[in-house]
Each structure stands twice: as structure tokens, then as C-alpha cells.
Design a protein around this ligand. Structure first.
Ligand code: GAR
Length: 197
């Protein structure tokens, strides 16, 4: 059964690339990346579209700050829906999305977060953990619900923070496990191996 997915991201897109590579290596189960959508016209994530022959679409957020304008949210909803995705993956999408957007896709939208939730939600999850001095952190994939970074957890992968680690080293370590966890979760979802929300 076809399992189209749409990826949303605002930044460099290393997690989108991990998904694209996994698909190319036939490690993404039935999942097929149908489109990449960004709120930044110069985001690295959009450049991946050409490399991997996937539609890469910029939608003007019409606003700076944490939230999209209502008009931009509507444009996101319509563009995403046009691909009839079974799953929407937030991979570094740096906006808080409003209820109509969440409700349009609830049960079909997952988010990648760079900490072991419920610890360190919000922005800069890696730096928050580093500054707090915890010895274990990692990453989480969870269902997106109206509760910010608090939807049911699908899976997590941990990283140990060593005394000698700098913030930059920790960021690299967290990204390594993100690039393993996210494709693994998407593959399992596409095979029906994860309980739906
Ligand atoms: C990832 O570390 C992801 O966990 C984080 O943004 C980064 C995106 O990197 N997401 C959040 O902080 C969401 N609150 P990427 O663009 O290289 O995939």
C-alpha cells in the first residue's frame, strides 16, 4: 500500500536527507517522500528536492516569529493535503502550529525533537540539556497534538553526555541518533508496526 509522506522543515534538512537516503536504500518500508515544504526560501532542506527529485516548495509564512499567519497556515494545509499524505513529518520545522492545522492532520503528523521528552521541550533542546548538566539526553519522535512537544511519544534514542563534550560535540551526537531514529520510526509506521494515535 502506498504510503506518501510530506516533510516540513525550516533549516538545513539533515533529517530530511536521512529520510531521503533511507528511501533510496529501500530502508523506509512503504514510505515514499512526496514533497518537502519549508517556511524559509533559502533553507537547505529545499535544495534537497532537486538532488533527490522530490517537489520542494516554499510557502511564505507572512509573519516572523513563532507562529505562521492564518493565511500561511491555510496555504500549508492545502498544499500538504494536495499530496494526500499518510504521514506528515516535522523535521526541524521551527514554528508552533495552531489548532486548525493540527486538527487537519491529527493522527498523521509526527515531530522530531532533540531531547528526551518530557525533558527540555521548546527551542534549543540540545543546549538546554547541556546547560542543565544532565548526563543522558537524546531525541524523541512523538505524535503532534495541541499540547506543545507533549503528544504521545512513539520512540526515543539516547545519547550520553561525557565530561569532555562541548555543546558542538553534543549536537553532532544527537544528530547522529536523530538520523537513525527518524527513518526507523517512519519505516515502522509505514509497515503498520506502530500503534496509531
Ligand atoms: C533537529 O535537531 C530537530 O530535532 C530540531 O531541529 C533540528 C533540525 O535539523 N527540531 C526542533 O528543535 C523542534 N523543536 P535538520 O534541519 O538538520 O534536520
Amino acid at each position: 500500500m502506498a504510503y506518501p509522506i510530506v516533510i516540513l522543515g525550516s533549516g538545513r534538512g539533515s533529517n530530511a536527507q536521512a529520510l531521503l537516503k533511507a528511501e533510496a536504500n529501500k530502508q523506509l518500508g512503504a514510505a515514499k517522500i512526496a514533497a518537502i515544504i519549508s517556511d524559509h526560501d533559502d533553507a537547505g532542506i529545499l535544495a534537497l528536492g532537486q538532488k533527490y527529485q522530490v517537489p520542494a516548495i516554499y510557502i511564505d509564512p507572512k509573519r516572523k516569529g513563532a507562529r505562521l499567519s492564518d493565511e500561511a497556515e491555510q496555504a500549508f494545509i492545502e498544499r500538504i493535503a494536495s499530496f494526500s499524505p499518510k504521514l506528515i513529518v516535522l523535521a526541524g520545522f521551527m514554528r508552533i502550529i495552531n489548532h486548525p492545522f493540527i486538527e487537519a492532520f491529527e493522527g498523521r503528523m509526527i515531530n522530531l525533537h532533540p531531547s528526551l521528552l518530557p525533558s527540555f521541550p521548546g527551542m534549543n533542546g540540545i543546549a538546554q540539556a547541556f546547560d542543565h548538566g544532565v548526563k543522558l539526553t537524546g531525541c524523541t519522535v512523538h505524535w503532534v497534538t495541541p499540547a506543545l512537544d507533549a503528544g504521545p511519544i512513539i520512540d526515543q534514542k539516547e545519547v550520553r553526555i561525557e565530561e569532555k563534550d562541548t555543546l558542538e560535540q553534543l549536537e553532532k551526537k544527537v544528530h547522529i541518533v536523530e538520523h537513525q531514529l527518524l527513518p526507523d520510526v517512519v519505516a515502522r509506521l509505514s509497515k503498520g508496526k506502530i500503534k496509531p494515535l
